[in-house]
Design a protein around this ligand. Structure first.
Ligand code: 5GP
Length: 197
């Protein structure tokens, strides 16, 4: 039997990364899929660990050569899921987690309909904007783009997204317990002894 696929999606600033980083250490058999992107690395981001950083030309070549499970243009940059990584991890008996934008998830479902979709939402749009500003990693223009996208994403995800679970990340402790509970239900622990990725 093949491992479990978990797809996490959120509006940016919903606190997805914090939440996932708190929960993942409990699941050593779940490995995070490394996406390809044309976005420039942020401080501290490592090529091959956080993303495979690509030029637009390299990314388009990956699309042409059918190397991606799905891809999408998010916030003016391309993001996509490399096939080789998922296939390799599944063949090793690992569970794989994906961080996909809500539109990419629809295409992902066509390839892996068995994936468990978990949507992480902020308690409100006001709170989302506040969090984006507090993060201080984005310019004012980028915040505007992200807020507009967040509204579209939330609308799309809640009407067409087909997520099995929705977590409202208001209180971090509650949301952490919720996510942990969901992953416990589906995660296969069979090779949790293995280390590394
Ligand atoms: P960030 O630039 O903040 O790391 O990610 C921005 C957005 O890109 C997030 O909404 C994230 O879910 C999405 N994303 C990251 N990797 C992928 C991917 O492989 N495919 C798709 N469709 N979206 C991705």
């Amino acid at each position: 039997m093949s491992g479990t696929l978990f797809v996490f999606s959120a509006a940016s600033g919903a606190g997805k990364t914090t939440l996932i980083n708190r929960v993942m250490p409990n699941f050593p058999n779940v490995v995070y899929s490394v996406s390809a992107t044309t976005r420039k690395p942020r401080t501290g981001e490592i090529d091959g660990t956080h993303y495979f950083f690509k030029t637009e030309e390299e990314f388009k070549k990956m699309i042409e050569q059918n190397e991606l499970v799905e891809w999408n243009k998010v916030h003016n940059n391309y993001y996509g899921t490399p096939k080789f990584f998922v296939e390799q991890k599944l063949s090793e008996g690992r569970d794989v987690a994906f961080d996909l934008d809500v539109f990419g998830k629809i295409n992902f479902d066509k390839v892996y309909p068995q994936a468990i979709g978990i949507l992480i939402l902020p308690p409100s749009l006001e709170e989302l904007e506040k969090r984006l500003r507090d993060r201080k990693t984005e310019t004012e223009d980028a915040i505007k783009i992200r807020m507009e996208n967040a509204k579209k994403e939330m609308e799309f995800a809640t009407t067409k997204g087909k997520y099995q679970y929705t977590i409202y990340n208001g209180d971090l402790e509650t949301a952490t317990a919720e996510l942990k509970g969901i992953m416990e239900k589906y995660s296969s622990f069979k090779s949790s002894i293995q280390s590394g990725s």
